[in-house]
Structure formats: structure tokens, C-alpha cells
Ligand binder design. Structure first.
Ligand SMILES: [Zn+2]
Length: 166
């Protein structure tokens, strides 16, 4: 018999938004406007990052996503595991990548920074705390299985786990 256990411990949205202010990588950054990230080319103006051509006079800076990538310090992780993953690995990872593409096109600082094979399955590391939920929800809605969220306010870190065994 097929099991359909769904567990969701979803952090409240207002909490996520409030906590974003406390992203240590964001707080440390005092940016002039306009600025352009010298690593990824994202442009900061009117208080947000966008993919656009840098206006004249833009100062060079490093966005917090590139800082996290350089430091190897993710804000979120998605763990994918279970026997089902082994049989559908590529399509599941394609789905995760597609979610990233869509998210990143609107929010340049929301990115996958690494996909690693671990003992337990696949580990996807992200530069932000929103993309892991998006990936987890997409995988869960496409393939069912079990989905779990753990958000730690103090460390500004989200861990999303998805598992399907059969
Ligand atoms: Zn950047």
C-alpha cells in the first residue's frame, strides 16, 4: 500500500518577512544606490535587486548572494531522500533547477549555490530562505512523499526535507 504521509511545519509568513531584516549578510551590507554586483551583475536600486543594465554612476559592490556563495555559507538547505529519488533523480533535480530559474528571474538573490550528493540523498544549498520552501513544495506537489520544514529564527536558516521511499 502506498503511504501518503504529509507533514508540514511551515513557518508563518509574517515571521519570515520580519526575519529577513535580520539576515546577517544583508544587515552587514551598506549599499549606495545604484550599485552593481561585480560578480553576478545584479543591480541594486530603489531598495531592491534586479537583473537590469547598470545605470551610469553605479558603484561596484558584492550582493549578499555572491557573498554567501564565496563564503560557502547557505541560508537554506533542501534534503531529498528515499528510494524514489534514486529512480527519478534527474527529473527531480530538473524540477528544482526550474524552480530556481523562475525564482531567480524575479529575485536575483534567491539562488541554488550547490547541489551535493550525500549519504542520505541529495543536498541542495541556497543563498536565501525562500527558495528551499519553493523547491520542497514543487517536488511534493509533483511526487507526493513527505515534506518537512524547520526554520530557525536565531540562525536565520531554513531546512527543508523531502522523502519518498516507494
Ligand atoms: Zn552578486
Amino acid at each position: 500500500m502506498k503511504q501518503r504521509n504529509v507533514s508540514r511545519r511551515e513557518p508563518r509568513k509574517d515571521r519570515l518577512i520580519r526575519e529577513e531584516v535580520h539576515d546577517p549578510y544583508k544587515a552587514r551590507l551598506k549599499l549606495a544606490e545604484p550599485s552593481v554586483c561585480s560578480q553576478c551583475g545584479a543591480v541594486f536600486q530603489k531598495g531592491r535587486w534586479a537583473w537590469t543594465s547598470p545605470p551610469s554612476g553605479a558603484q561596484e559592490a558584492l550582493c549578499q548572494a555572491c557573498r554567501r556563495i564565496n563564503d560557502g555559507y547557505p541560508a537554506g538547505e533542501v534534503t531529498l531522500s528515499g528510494g524514489f529519488l534514486n529512480q527519478h533523480r534527474q527529473e527531480i533535480l530538473n524540477l528544482a533547477r526550474n524552480q530556481e530559474e523562475q525564482e531567480k528571474s524575479e529575485r536575483p538573490l534567491h539562488r541554488i549555490m550547490a547541489i551535493e550528493d550525500g549519504q542520505d540523498g541529495v543536498l541542495i544549498k541556497t543563498t536565501d530562505i525562500h527558495l528551499p520552501r519553493r523547491i520542497g513544495e514543487a517536488v511534493h506537489s509533483a511526487y507526493e512523499g513527505e515534506l518537512d520544514y524547520r526554520y530557525n529564527e536565531d540562525t536565520y536558516f531554513i531546512r527543508v526535507s523531502w522523502r519518498r521511499d516507494d
